[in-house]
Design a protein around this ligand. Structure first.
Ligand code: F6R
Length: 261
């Protein structure tokens, strides 16, 4: 795992977008794993700008989102399909047929989860997986005690997650209680993982995920097992990390990061 600390949330999101853009330019038919949530909105804003100003080409790119709520129609403003259309798909030259999210309305949800896993396999696996982190330490909706080898499945949301996401729904009672999510095992099979966390509300959970023990209580900690995982944080989200000076040194000195400085 590599941790990169950026001065603020704008710089952190910009760095993540530039990493995605470079991978996409190098591999135009990239299989890109996508995340939703407030943190990712900034990243998509940058990608839309790179498309408009620098012709970043999504025409061959294939995408798989991490998760979708159970029971929401795609045109529901709170569905993740709607989120992706609003923040990215509608603004770039991606082929809608190449964009994939789990279908939270499927009559047979277990069969839908198997179908989603098979679709990822058919695409050749995920090349680059974007991730946020929830206050419960989740990646995707892999809530505490999710098996670290879990696959795509239906997961009940924890009170912490319900509280985190309820404002968009206009209250906790209006929020779905379940979601389909890629499993931790599915996520860490991606060839590269890129996690973004910003703001002081993520400081504790980032310290646990990055420097704490690998535990299903904080499923993001499973990323410590991944051979190519980059965690990008702003100063606030990184404020409780013990090895901050080492992480700063890496960004300032390692050749891999030279063109991003
Ligand atoms: C959403 C997802 C979640 C979010 C996490 C952080 O697709 O996978 O794990 O990334 O809940 O959400 P925000 O950015 O809203 O704090």
């Amino acid at each position: 795992m590599e941790v990169i600390i950026q001065p603020n949330k704008e710089a952190a999101a910009s760095l993540v977008a530039r990493i995605v853009a470079r991978e996409l330019r190098a591999h135009p038919s990239l299989v890109l794993g996508l995340a939703t949530g407030a943190t990712m909105e900034q990243v998509y804003r940058h990608l839309v700008r790179l498309h408009a100003e620098e012709k970043l080409d999504f025409s061959l790119c294939r995408t798989f989102n991490l998760d979708e709520y159970v029971g929401l129609f795609p045109n529901d403003p709170n569905s993740y399909r709607h989120y992706m259309d609003r923040h990215l798909f509608r603004h770039v030259n991606i082929d809608g047929r190449n964009t994939h999210l789990p279908n939270g309305l499927a009559a047979d949800l277990d069969a839908e989860c198997l179908r989603y896993e098979a679709a990822i396999q058919r695409a050749g696996g995920i090349d680059l997986q974007l991730l946020g982190i929830g206050k419960a330490g989740h990646i995707g909706f892999n809530e505490p005690l999710s098996a670290l080898r879990s696959r795509t499945r239906v997961k009940a949301l924890t009170p912490t997650t319900i509280k985190q996401n309820a404002p968009g729904f206009g209250g906790e009672d209006k929020m779905p209680r379940r979601a389909i999510t890629m499993g931790v095992g599915t996520i860490i099979e991606a060839r590269r993982c890129l996690l973004l966390a910003t703001g002081d509300s993520k400081a504790d959970v980032i310290a646990q995920a990055v420097e704490g023990p690998i535990t299903s209580m904080v499923t993001a900690s499973a990323l410590q097992l991944h051979p190519r995982c980059t965690v990008v944080v702003d100063e606030e989200a990184g404020s409780k990390l013990r090895e901050k000076e080492y992480y700063r040194w890496i960004f300032e000195n390692e050749p891999e990061w030279e063109s991003y400085r």
